[in-house]
Design a protein around this ligand. Sequence first.
Ligand SMILES: [Zn+2]
Length: 75
Amino acid sequence: MARGLQKQQARANAEKRAAANAPPKSQLKAMVAGNQFKCPKCMLMIANYKLVVQHMEAKHPKEPVPTEESFSVAK
Ligand SMILES: [Zn+2]
């Protein structure tokens, strides 16, 4: 009885460990989804449009800031 329970616990622990160690695919997905903006000048991936505007003003002040729509089309 006790041995069986131990085995079950060990398996549960191993699964927990595996989940903690393995990079979950959902994280990668979230990363991709969170970086759908790309600087047209330096191809930097940017999480949101506000940061795109900030990036353009800081890094490429001579370039026109692209509209948010132009990103959603290009993905
Ligand atoms: Zn840039």
